[in-house]
Design a protein around this ligand. Structure first.
Ligand SMILES: [Zn+2]
Ligand SMILES: [Zn+2]
Length: 135
């Protein structure tokens, strides 16, 4: 049975829905993903969707292609949040895990491009973990 997922951007202008099963889930530490996400790594799910549709805000979705590369990332032009990127040619969609409003049933498969990770990105499980802002 195919699961249905939905998600949205930070401001809520862009929302989407799709059916499918996640094939891959990578935490990518390459420099492009660090810059594109503004943090230690991107967290992207990949699938060949049986159905994908923008529910709202399709006109607000902008695509950025890194010059002289095949890397394309879509984002909401209002709030700047990453949103899914469809590669129609290869029938694959890259879904930033953080924009999903549905539970994600899959554990990440791997941290990738660890050779490019940020210099502060080590032993993060040892950093204090607080449920809210510190006092
Ligand atoms: Zn937005
Ligand atoms: Zn990357």
């Amino acid at each position: 049975m195919t699961a249905r997922y939905s998600g949205s951007c930070l401001c809520g202008a862009v929302s989407f829905e799709f059916d499918g099963e996640f094939e891959r889930f990578f935490l990518c530490h390459c420099q492009r993903c660090r810059k594109g996400s503004g943090t230690a790594h991107a967290a992207n799910l990949f699938l060949s969707p049986e159905r994908f549709e923008w529910l709202a805000g399709a006109d607000e979705v902008k695509a950025y292609r890194v010059p002289e590369s095949r890397r394309v990332s879509c984002f909401c032009s209002i709030c700047g949040s990453p949103v899914p990127t469809l590669n129609e040619e290869h029938g694959i969609v890259k879904v930033p895990a953080g924009c999903l409003d549905s539970p994600v049933p899959k554990r990440p498969d791997a941290h990738i491009f660890m050779a490019s990770k940020a210099d502060w990105d080590f032993d993060l499980a040892d950093v204090p973990m607080l449920d809210e802002l510190p006092d």
